[in-house]
Design a binder for this molecule. Structure first.
Ligand SMILES: NC(=O)c1ccc[n+]([C@@H]2O[C@H](COP(=O)([O-])OP(=O)(O)OC[C@H]3O[C@@H](n4cnc5c(N)ncnc54)[C@H](OP(=O)(O)O)[C@@H]3O)[C@@H](O)[C@H]2O)c1
Length: 257
């Protein structure tokens, strides 16, 4: 089994981003109004990652600034307060600066094959497959999860790369029947241990997008540990999609659309 680590790819993307940021001023704005500790941790680590590659990072605690910020990249940190869906709030972000593909216009453009920033995690999955030489065209790809930030945009990206795509979700009746058809299986459900040995074939490539914190402060994916060794390839958690996602966000910010 190959381990589809994201560390090398993330380092390559960071190096290219740093080269770019060395020749022109690049600015990232993160808009956050949540006190949620894991969000605060994420914002801090993203801001440090930006600084390391020479991108100036500003943290803005005012949602109404979303539409007026002129940074190269603007990110809306979720959750947002109240009942409004995050995608509706993100509609205020200029699509040219929407480096995490959060504005519904970005997803719509993506679906139509027009230039747009895909959500960084969805793009990270495709980049990780490419980096490890996994053929996408003509293969059966199954995405478990249909969120606006991961599953749906990823389905579009894989379709654009000529995969035959199936999307499963919590109402899928027989998950194993769907996942056993997968050459490429991406799990983005946020359910630790969801994907078990009975869901996979020995020749399947599995990308684990899940990031779930354990009671002792550790991080685990959505793939049960017993799956390791029973598939052709598996991305680790941590060290798989996560570092590539951060690197893609910064790469988007430095290079634009
Ligand atoms: N590595 C990274 O950089 C990164 C970035 C973003 C997210 N993540 C992680 O990826 C995971 C998914 O994130 P998200 O924002 O997409 O989560 P989300 O909005 O909660 O969506 C989860 C999706 O999984 C589906 N699902 C839940 N339980 C299921 C089950 N038992 N069987 C099949 N499908 C099931 C849900 O189906 P329904 O639609 O029917 O409810 C939903 O579509 C989380 O662990 C998150 O932390 C990682």
């Amino acid at each position: 089994m190959i381990s589809l680590s994201g560390k090398e790819l993330a380092a390559e993307l960071r190096a290219r981003t740093a080269d770019r940021a060395a020749t022109r001023k690049v600015r990232l704005a993160i808009v956050t109004v949540t006190d949620d500790p894991s969000s605060a941790w994420y914002v801090r680590s993203l801001s440090m990652a930006a600084t390391k590659v020479g991108i100036q990072c500003e943290i803005v605690r005012d949602l109404s600034a979303l539409s007026t910020l002129d940074a190269d990249g603007v990110i809306l940190q979720t959750p947002v307060p109240g009942d409004r869906p995050a995608a509706e709030v993100a509609a205020a972000i200029d699509p040219e600066r929407d480096v995490d593909g959060a504005n519904p216009v970005s997803l719509g453009r993506l679906a139509c094959g027009l230039p747009a920033f895909p959500p960084a995690t969805a793009e990270a999955v495709v980049r990780l497959l490419d980096h490890h030489g996994v053929e996408i065209a003509g293969r059966q790809a199954v995405v478990v999860g249909r969120s606006t930030v991961v599953g749906k945009p990823l389905a579009h990206l894989l379709l654009d790369r000529d995969a035959t795509v199936t999307v499963a979700h919590s109402r899928t009746k027989d998950l194993a029947a769907v996942t056993l058809a997968a050459d490429i299986l991406v799990v983005a459900a946020g359910r630790p241990g969801l994907l078990r040995p009975e869901h996979v074939r020995p020749d399947t490539i599995v990308i684990d997008v899940g990031t779930n914190t354990t009671d002792d402060g550790g991080l685990v994916g959505d793939v049960h540990p017993a799956v390791a060794g029973r598939v052709a390839g598996l991305s680790p958690v941590p060290g798989g999609v996560g570092p590539v996602t951060t690197a893609v966000l910064l790469h988007h910010t430095a290079f634009g659309l």
